[in-house]
Design a protein around this ligand. Structure first.
Ligand code: NAG
Ligand code: NAG
Length: 610
């Protein structure tokens, strides 16, 4: 801070005083508004030509230390006031570098529409807006402290001309004033300090004044803001704003206690801000607000026919020096912002941030035009940098043209409308729908093809029925296999009963075993019969049927031979034949049985593999 102060003094100390013309300021009223983070100086100046030559430019001066924070200056005619208010004419203001002037002063030339003749006078207003001119002092504060700032200026307007009568009023926030410079004719009314009137100040006069006062207004500074405005001829203007925001006030030191903050937010963290309000146009819709973590729901939206207010709340209160990055997005109705003029379309929309009293160090506005637009021209009511880019998004063939505008040190006063004119062939507009239609066509065709192939599993289609039947056939064949296996188990039991007989000689038990086996085999053969008749009627089974029938026949054959063998053996036992005799009698039978058993096993295996 002291550094700035020194520079300011040096700036003023080296002033030479070459007389530039015969103009004089007959009356100057200046008002300095220090109630926010932005410094606004309005001056009403009455200028008179005392010389003989016609003069058409008036010079304004700011010390370079101030001028480098100047973000906006405008000069307007004051003549229409009262009678024809609203018809104020803007006078062009340009930076000029008159010869032999110290580099510590910056000159602005106001061009008058009509030259001032000898003796003529004119009243005009100058409105200058500065950022970062209020220096927090002390530079660091704790959560419990209020924020104080310093401001320097001169009580006399810095001017290359004699100033006959002048006065200044400085409006401070309604809070504590630590210090203000008292000169002669200084009066204070509440938070407003008045200097003057002072008479006959020679060119380049100055009188340093200094203010040290409490200012707890929010100091939101977007170090960078990228606004993307995307025009879609299909009905909307989509705006996305990426903020990199810092609280530009006194740095917080000694940490932060959320408990203290929540208990008494105004006493604890007086200069912190927890909310920002964006003033969006009426009929804004599809609003969202998110940061790196995700969507933030602590935002509120309300509006009427004239405006929409979006209140956003970062995840933590913003203390001095603290940063946050977030994005807000919203859509606007196209017809409110896109117009036609002489065969061209033009977008007419506001330039700056919609957030109240935010200072933007670097603003980038990207206007994304529909694909196929050409012949752009841009009309912005203040100086800026400009270039073109391309943006490729889905469905684009060669990308959308993007007009990029960049401006540094942007204040709410820059929230003026600007226009982007472009030519657009309506045929181009059909490109995307044609692509879409083609896409849908392809989709439908694929669907139809798919549906057709799908028919094969439709419930009523023959192939579906065939598949069902095949499933059924398979189930039945499985059941046949099961029954055959059960039969084979019974065969094994019969054999086992013969072995028991040779061991125990119990003929009755053996007969009983055959009886039981007979009964079971009869049951199973009944079941087999019905299964076979199903298979015989099933078209799907024609291939497999002969094998199944063969299996069933062989099993039956096997069964019969087994029973015969059984009876023969039992009979031999009853007749008390010897072992050898019995073996001889069943030998041929036994051979056939072994072969049949092998064939049945093979058939079972074969059918199983289907
Ligand atoms: C955030 O909100 C937007 C708009 O409502 C939505 O498109 C997006 O999917 C949301 N993102 C998350 C992570 O919820
Ligand atoms: C742009 O819109 C503003 C606000 O609606 C309006 O005042 C201005 O005349 C428009 N500019 C043009 C060139 O249409």
């Amino acid at each position: 801070m002291t550094f700035k102060l020194d520079l300011f003094l040096i700036t003023l100390a080296v002033i030479l005083s070459p007389v530039l013309s015969d103009l004089i300021f007959t009356k100057v009223d200046r008002r300095i508004d220090l109630t926010s983070q932005i410094v606004r100086i309005s001056s009403t100046i009455r200028v008179e030509n005392e010389g003989t030559d016609v003069v058409s430019e008036v010079l304004l001066i700011f010390p370079v230390e101030q001028a480098k924070y100047l973000s906006h200056i405008q000069a307007t005619s004051n003549e229409g006031k009262g009678k024809a208010k609203g018809s104020a004419i803007n006078f062009p203001v340009n930076v000029v570098y008159p010869k032999e002037m110290p580099p510590t002063l910056k000159f602005y030339s106001v061009s008058l529409p009509k030259g001032l003749n000898k003796g003529d006078s004119l009243t005009f207003d100058v409105f200058a807006v500065f950022t970062h001119l209020l220096s927090p002092f002390p530079e660091t504060i704790t959560q419990a402290d209020v924020q104080f700032v310093l401001f320097l200026d001169t009580a006399y307007i810095l001017s290359p001309y004699t100033v006959k009568v002048q006065s200044l009023s400085v409006k401070l926030p309604e809070a504590r004033i630590e210090f203000y410079t008292k000169l002669e004719n200084t009066k204070i009314h509440g938070s407003e300090i008045k200097y003057g009137p002072y008479e006959n100040a020679p060119p380049y006069s100055f009188a340093l004044i200094r203010f040290h006062f409490e200012n707890n207004q929010p100091f939101p500074v977007a170090q960078e803001l990228v606004r993307e405005i995307e025009v879609s001829h299909w009905g909307s203007v989509q705006i996305t704003e990426h903020y990199n925001l810092v609280n530009g006030g006194a740095q917080n030191k000694g940490g932060f206690s959320r408990f203290d903050y929540q208990a008494r937010p105004f006493a604890r963290g007086a200069s912190a801000f927890s909310k920002l309000v964006a003033k969006l146009p009426p009929r804004t819709h599809s609003v969202y607000y998110r940061d790196e973590i995700g969507n933030i729901s602590t935002s509120h939206l309300w509006g009427n026919l004239r405006k929409t207010d979006l209140e956003i709340e970062p995840r933590y209160p913003m203390f001095g020096g603290w940063r946050t990055s977030f994005t807000i997005g919203y859509s606007l109705p196209l017809q409110d912002f896109l117009f036609q003029d002489q065969g061209k379309r033009f977008l007419n929309i506001s330039f700056g941030s919609p957030i109240n009293e935010v200072v933007v160090d670097r603003l980038i506005v990207r206007v994304v035009l529909p694909e196929g637009s050409s012949d752009f021209s841009v009309s912005v009511p203040f100086s800026h940098k400009q270039w073109h880019e391309k943006k490729i998004s889905h469905l684009d063939i060669d990308g959308r043209p993007v007009v990029v505008l960049e401006k540094e040190n942007v204040v709410p006063e820059h929230n003026q409308h600007f226009q982007v004119y472009y030519k657009f062939n309506s045929i181009s507009m059909l490109r995307e729908p044609i692509m879409l239609i083609f896409g849908f066509f392809v989709l439908f065709v694929s669907c139809i093809i798919y549906m057709h192939s799908d028919m094969s599993i439709s419930k009523s289609s023959p192939s579906y029925l065939a598949k069902l039947q095949w499933d059924e056939v398979q189930t039945v064949i499985q059941q046949v296999q099961n029954i055959i296996n059960r039969c084979l188990t019974i065969h094994d039991k019969l054999d086992a009963s013969l072995r028991d007989l040779s061991r125990t000689g119990d003929v009755q038990a053996c007969k009983a075993a055959r009886k039981a086996a007979d009964a079971s085999l009869k049951e199973l053969s009944k079941e087999l019969k019905s299964l076979l008749s199903f298979l015989q009627s099933a078209q799907q089974a024609t291939q497999i049927l002969p094998k199944v029938e063969e299996l069933v026949a062989k099993e039956r054959d096997l069964q019969e031979r087994l029973v015969v063998k059984h009876m023969t053996v039992v009979d031999c036992y009853e007749k008390k034949f010897g072992g050898r005799e019995i073996e001889n009698r069943v030998a041929s039978q036994q051979q056939r049985i072994t072969t049949l058993r092998q064939e049945v096993d093979d058939l079972l295996e074969f059918i199983d593999e289907i």
